[in-house]
Write a protein that binds this ligand. Structure first.
Ligand SMILES: *Cc1c(COP(=O)(O)O)cnc(C)c1O
Length: 542
């Protein structure tokens, strides 16, 4: 037993106390504290975070971990609600990461509009479970409506199509998921099942299993093709779906850093030569996680059409760009996809965590239907019949409300700001002699690295071997710069490894930045680069 020694005598777990804490704050003090903090959180989140949350407080992870080693659940209550909230504000928040800071430009997790917190709180308070109508009612039909709206944004079918399907209980235009990973998994699950139509005794891979499916169809191998920039969730999906992740075949990228079509076509030819291998899906990336690059979707659609391959577009990041009239042409070809992943907690600026997957064919999800006797009965409108997830929160309410509050135009403004800020950042990087832009921003992501003057000079005349050695030194420098800047706690960029020039034989360490915070300005970007320069100078001092 733990936590009883220093426990005030007022803290007991009896039926009366429980009854009180279940339905309202324990006492006036709790209520006052709760209201005070919730007011700050709900109405002044940005000021509040800027005051309370450093990117990381000056405390090492090792020290921090030492404070969290108590592994026994306390039997009696330890704290009142007011004290718990105070602890969260005083102890947890300052040691969390201020992802809302406009100086935090390293990840796809960023500031969210303040009203998202309200919408999330309301969704939690309603506590609807959209697995079935009996626990969600209007939220189930609202979800179908928003699914149709986003489906229309992607595929843009006729009005009559949407009138037929928007509230059709037999068909599904898409589903909400817990994120991009499960959205990709759902898309590939459907693609896998569609790949194996019934044949003789064989009914379906879902029922008879992988071995029976491969045998019935006379196959040895099932593969998925994607450029080497494919998100690692695709490999997880291949593992879970029984293909094995080595059968996600990474296709090299070309000089534009998108999938190399020549190499793709050669791979398809090679793979299908023996008739024992089937290509389950070809994936186009619309906003690669590392570079923001978009694959040539119309060309991929042609290839899929020609070879009868399921065409999945991973638009987890880039999907909402469709809301911008100015930049939506970048995603041309997405309307020819069989399935599309879009994350809500990325460029729909929703709180963690929510994603979506869409299918061109409203019957595609029939291949993953499951029923249970006590819920999701056949013939019901229960959304849980065709989802990977079981119980699920009503994230559709947040997306629907956010679109009402901001309109597609509001989203477009944020997305355009991100892309244009990335272009501005690229310009600034190119102007500074200590920096090298590695990938131009196609969307709002770019990569670059720092190169000290003396190394730049050597690089000019270096042969391949010398270049490799110099790159190794640069890797170390850039890793250090990124780490020192992160630990200083004011700004944050992330890092990854890419080829410097598309034809280089080896990868180099690059700094990666993602522009999605509408508060990130040119002045802030200069400050971030200035800081990196001064870190570089401090490294060079003897
Ligand atoms: C983020 C991302 C994913 C995975 O999404 P999660 O929400 O993190 O599970 C998949 N694909 C791409 C391109 C992504 O950017």
């Amino acid at each position: 037993m733990t936590g009883t020694e220093d426990r005030p005598s007022s803290l007991v777990a009896d039926w009366n106390t429980l009854h009180r804490v279940f339905i309202r704050p324990e006492d006036e003090k709790s209520r006052t504290t709760l209201v005070k903090y919730m007011e700050q959180i709900l109405f002044g989140l940005h000021d509040f975070l800027n005051k309370h949350v450093g990117v990381t407080e000056e405390i090492s992870l090792i020290k921090l971990a030492e404070e969290y080693t108590d592994t026994k659940i306390n039997i009696e209550p330890q704290k009142k609600l007011a004290d718990v909230i105070k602890d969260i504000i005083d102890v947890i928040a300052p040691r969390a990461v201020n992802v809302a800071s406009p100086y935090f430009i390293g990840h796809m997790t960023s500031a969210i509009p303040f009203f998202m917190v309200h919408l999330k709180a309301i969704t939690a308070a309603l506590n609807q479970n959209v697995i079935k109508l009996e626990t969600s009612k209007v939220l189930s039909v609202l979800e179908k409506q928003i699914l149709a709206k986003i489906h229309r944004m992607i595929f843009n079918f006729e009005e009559s199509f949407y009138l037929e399907h928007v509230q059709n209980t037999d068909t599904s235009l898409g589903v909400f998921t817990s994120g991009g990973t499960t959205a990709n998994l759902t898309a590939l699950w459907v693609a896998r099942n569609l790949c194996f139509p019934p044949k003789g005794d064989f009914e379906s891979i879902e029922k008879n299993g992988f071995h029976a499916a491969m045998t019935a169809h006379g196959l040895d191998r099932l593969v998925i093709l994607v450029s080497k920039r494919g998100h690692y969730s695709l490999r997880k999906a291949a593992g879970i779906l029984g293909l094995g992740n080595q059968n996600v075949i990474p296709i090299d990228v070309d000089s534009k850093r998108s999938i190399d079509l020549k190499k793709l076509k050669a791979a398809i030819k090679d793979l299908t030569a023996d008739k024992k291998t089937r290509i389950m899906a070809l994936i186009g990336i619309a906003g690669a996680t590392e570079t923001g690059i978009i694959d040539p979707l119309p060309k991929l659609a042609d290839i899929c059409q020609q070879h009868k391959i399921h065409f999945h577009v991973d638009a987890a990041w880039g999907g909402p760009v469709l809301l911008s009239e100015k930049y939506s042409p970048l995603l041309k070809g997405i309307e020819r996809a069989d399935s599309v992943t879009i994350d809500c907690h990325k460029q729909f600026y929703m709180p963690m965590s929510s994603g979506m997957v869409y299918f061109k064919d409203p019957r595609a999800l029939d291949t993953i239907v499951y029923h249970a006797r006590y819920v999701i009965r056949p013939g019901s409108v229960d959304l849980g019949i065709k989802t990977l997830e079981g119980s699920r929160e009503a994230n559709s309410l947040i997306l629907d409300s956010a679109l009402k509050i901001m309109g597609s135009k509001g989203y477009a403004l944020m997305i355009e700001h991100g892309i244009e800020t990335a272009k501005l950042f690229a310009k600034k990087i190119k102007k500074r002699p200590l920096f090298q832009l590695v990938t131009e921003p196609k969307l709002n992501i770019l990569t670059y690295r720092m190169i000290p003057a003396h190394i730049r000079k050597k690089l000019e005349t270096a042969d391949l071997k010398e270049q490799q050695e110099l790159d190794a030194i640069l890797d170390e420098i850039n890793i250090k710069i990124q780490r020192i800047q992160r630990e200083a706690g004011k700004s944050f960029v992330s890092r990854t490894r890419l080829r410097n020039l598309p034809d280089d034989p080896h990868n180099v360490v690059v700094l990666r930045s993602v522009m999605m915070n509408p508060m990130t300005t040119g002045r802030i970007l200069d400050e971030i680069l200035d800081e990196q320069e001064s870190i570089l100078h401090s490294l060079e001092e003897p």
